[in-house]
Design a protein around this ligand. Structure first.
Ligand code: HEC
Length: 173
């Protein structure tokens, strides 16, 4: 569990990252999450999220950070066609342009999304030490980009998964 100070740090980092964003790319991301049915769904059933990532989502969703982690949070994971093979095999490097979307659900029973976290493979050299991924966070209902860029808090966790190109694959059977 993260402490209070860390939560604030995460929020600050996310806001800074948002400032780098270019409007054109933001719209592209919003359009993409608005059409999840056009993407390949990786999770057959909702995946019960790890506590720590659920907490991060709650923070972005602006609810009380003192309420603890009572209810488990669920998500679905979607990928663009070019990300299918590396995702299912767990081998290789995702091609430039590949996108992975984790949609945090309102609850286990619905497909209503409250928050999207996204990884998009950028050009070589974008962030060479961490697999050239761009991270972003979008609001569920409005599809608005809340943060985008080389977000430190995201990288800190995802760098543990360098062996699978920084993708956790935690929901794969
Ligand atoms: C506390 C560690 C942690 C942090 C911080 C974190 N993630 Fe993740 N991420 C995970 C885990 C664990 C999963 C697997 C699904 C789950 O259990 O939530 C995951 C899954 C994902 C996925 C699906 C692809 C994959 O790697 O499996 C995306 C996309 C994603 N995270 C984006 C982000 C973004 C964007 C941020 C920053 C706002 C972020 N993550 C911060 C741990 C983290």
């Amino acid at each position: 569990m993260m402490d209070h100070g860390k939560y604030l740090l995460v929020a600050a980092v996310c806001m800074t990252a948002g400032a780098w964003a270019e409007p054109v790319d933001q719209e592209e991301l919003s359009r993409l999450v608005a059409k999840l049915d056009k993407l390949h769904q990786i999770t057959e059933t909702p995946h019960a999220m790890a506590d720590s990532t659920a907490a991060l989502c709650r923070l972005a969703f602006n609810t009380n950070i003192h309420e603890g982690t009572a209810a488990p949070a669920y998500c679905h994971v979607y990928v663009t066609a070019d990300a299918k093979t590396p995702m299912t095999s767990g081998k290789g490097i995702y091609p430039r342009g590949a996108v992975i979307i984790k949609a945090k659900l309102k609850d286990e029973k619905t497909k209503d999304v409250i928050l999207y976290t996204v990884m998009r493979k950028m050009e070589k050299g974008f962030d060479a030490n961490h697999g050239d991924w761009e991270y972003s966070v979008l609001d569920g209902p409005s599809k608005r980009v809340l943060a985008r860029g080389k977000i430190d808090s995201c990288i800190r966790c995802h760098r543990e998964y360098a062996a699978t190109d920084y993708v956790t694959r935690a929901y794969m059977k």
